[in-house]
Write a protein that binds this ligand. Sequence first.
Ligand code: NAD
Ligand code: IPM
Ligand code: MN
Length: 360
Amino acid sequence: MGYKITVIPGDGIGPEIVREAVKVLDAAGEKYGFRLDYTEVLMGGASIDVHGVPLTDEVIAQAKASDAVLMGSIGGDAATSPWYQLEPSKRPEAGLLKIRKELNLFANLRPAYLYSELKAACPLRSDIIGGGFDMMIMRELTGGLYFGERCTTEENGVRKAKDTLTYDENEIRRIAKRGFDIARKRRKKVTSVDKANVLDSSRLWRAVVEDVAKDYPDVELEHMLVDNCAMQLVRDPKQFDVILTENMFGDILSDEASMVTGSIGMLSSASLNETKFGLYEPSHGSAPDIAGKDLANPIATILSAAMMLRFSLDLDKAADAIEAAVKQVLTEGYRTGDIYSEGCKKVGTVEMGSLIAERV
Ligand code: NAD
Ligand code: IPM
Ligand code: MN
């Protein structure tokens, strides 16, 4: 079987980590008898340098014509990169938001899971970690503050900026349904996170989620205010199963959750629409501070590639094999710098990718 995969290496560490994910995918293809045909395209800063814009129509068309998209990360250092001299709509991040919107990728799944091997890399005390934790952050990805009207003006010499947060009930309902469907296959608990004590959009969110919950009597629903959730994630992360939340809160909480798994270099993600199609990328950014140094942890991207096999291509056995291979290298004590602890074997990006590919 052959599948068409659009590959977006992106900027910074993007090309390095995607190369390792492709290496692991090819090892899985060899073992499980499938072929992936990759088409590499430019996005973010890499596209600006060539085309003057962060995302071209050709790339959108290419992505739409493929079975799935595998992505690294985009963006640069805002203080030093010339990309940030451009107007906001032409910067690298605008390309990422546009492809999410154009492909209708409203459901962003970010699994935060503590490998027992990484307890020493987790900044929490062992009595808090206990037997570990395993949560799925379901982040709404095509609405809210990211896509609301915004403007910067000046009145009587005073600069003013405005961003707006809008959700309609249909946008909330579809992500809520996805969250409950996923909870049903897990530990059957949804924590819906909002700021309903202040925001109208959150009060609507809460009402619609309550409504959707009626179709899932077997799933427990609780509501939590976002500031409390940020605190609970470090106080007792094992209380969470599925965290269901809007775009901006999900962005912030997923970075926080990643750190308790040991490193943001471990947090994979899948961005899905109503079909089997998806875009798969790590939750972290282009890490300009470590780019080109063979220091980046490729595991988040490799685990995202496994999600691609599972969700978009129905290659569950191959996905299982990749996940098992990741676990095995950790058990054998191999660590990139971000998850290193005393007594382990420190390896770079390329070696980590090769070790995982060999064990698939
Ligand atoms: P970042 O996630 O790139 O980096 C934050 C910190 O985590 C850095 O110290 C970095 O070295 C480290 N880190 C990140 N990934 C790592 C990995 N795989 N292995 C080891 N260490 C890793 O966030 P930032 O510095 O705030 O943003 C840098 C750029 O990335 C910005 O331009 C931002 O807009 C962009 N960004 C892109 C995406 C994406 O493409 N989806 C996501 C987040 C940020
Ligand atoms: C992420 C990133 C993006 C976001 C940025 C780069 C626009 O932080 O994927 O988490 O905020 O969604
Ligand atoms: Mn983010």
